[in-house]
Design a protein around this ligand. Sequence first.
Ligand SMILES: NC(=O)C1=CN([C@@H]2O[C@H](COP(=O)(O)OP(=O)(O)OC[C@H]3O[C@@H](n4cnc5c(N)ncnc54)[C@H](OP(=O)(O)O)[C@@H]3O)[C@@H](O)[C@H]2O)C=CC1
Ligand SMILES: O=C1CO[C@H](CO)[C@@H](O)[C@@H]1O
Length: 316
Amino acid sequence: MYTLTFRNNDVMPALGLGTWKSEKGEVYDAVLAALEAGYRHLDCAFIYGNEKEIGEALTEAYKRGIVQRSDLWITSKLWNDSHAKGSVVPALQQTLNDLQTDYLDLYLIHWPVAHKKGVLSTSKAEEQIPLSELPISETWTGMEEAVRKGLTKHIGVCNFGLQRLKDLVAVSNIKPEMNQVESHPYLQQNELLEYCKANDIHYTGYSPLGSPDRPGDLRKEDDPILLEDNTINAIAKRHKVSPAQVTLAWALQRGTSVIPKSVNPERIKANLKANDLKLSEEDMAAIKALDKNRRYLDGSFWFLKGGTYKKEDLWK
Ligand SMILES: NC(=O)C1=CN([C@@H]2O[C@H](COP(=O)(O)OP(=O)(O)OC[C@H]3O[C@@H](n4cnc5c(N)ncnc54)[C@H](OP(=O)(O)O)[C@@H]3O)[C@@H](O)[C@H]2O)C=CC1
Ligand SMILES: O=C1CO[C@H](CO)[C@@H](O)[C@@H]1O
């Protein structure tokens, strides 16, 4: 099993279970199936609306003796309406209650975007707060407080581009230990990954299968279908594995964490087996050549008329 080691020597299993879009009626069984299959890393978020069901599944898994809390790596994320310094710890406490645990292994700022308190999704610019008014440095102070209180062992960010990550490193007391970003063969983010590796920041790739179940309003007509890619399918055929296992093994072999979502027990099991697939140097080179800087989640939902969040600087 691939692992990533944190600064205090805590070890994160590199492949975890994604839970966005895992519906309330199915996520309970999916988490139990994953834990039975050997997953020890779960990727959660308040905004996914299913942390209560995940908490119930975890409690059931402890009761059945499948795992103990200390065997697990649990990540969750701070939503955009709780960026004010005093809102971070209460938001985290809500997540801890829902997940039925006393601490997280990793807590991440979900987006470099702030909303007014209580606004979960925005349709008007007035519902957003510009970062000039509520800067990431203030939110980060709340994140550091969460570590000091023992509510999370590690903190980090999601959806940060290179410059934004460097800016945070420059102002933080506890340096970020993770950047979770969209990452797959069509969006490899090599420069960002190199910076992370050089600065002791881990990198998790989300939507590693191309997020085929993302909602319709996040789709574009010309979106390529990652798992139908010819090169990936040819490599899969050669190794007698699935295209999903190839993209996951590629992510593991380049030293990143990866969090495929599934609620299907067979795919849950098969995805974890990407840990056993060894891609050759030629395979890795062929996949490297597929990069086309193509985002499935381009953040355009934050670019509201009259608002301060703009395409040209969201990913900077
Ligand atoms: N920090 C952030 O801003 C973000 C974080 N994330 C995290 O990353 C996780 C993964 O990304 P996500 O966007 O969900 O998409 P993924 O790329 O993981 O794709 C999930 C889809 O692939 C299907 N699938 C799973 N396994 C296979 C397989 N072996 N073969 C074919 N299809 C398969 C799933 O269906 P089925 O369930 O039926 O198996 C589902 O439709 C999220 O769930 C979330 O935890 C995602 C987006 C943003
Ligand atoms: O994790 C995520 C899943 O989907 C959301 C969009 O509705 C994103 O905001 C987010 O990054």
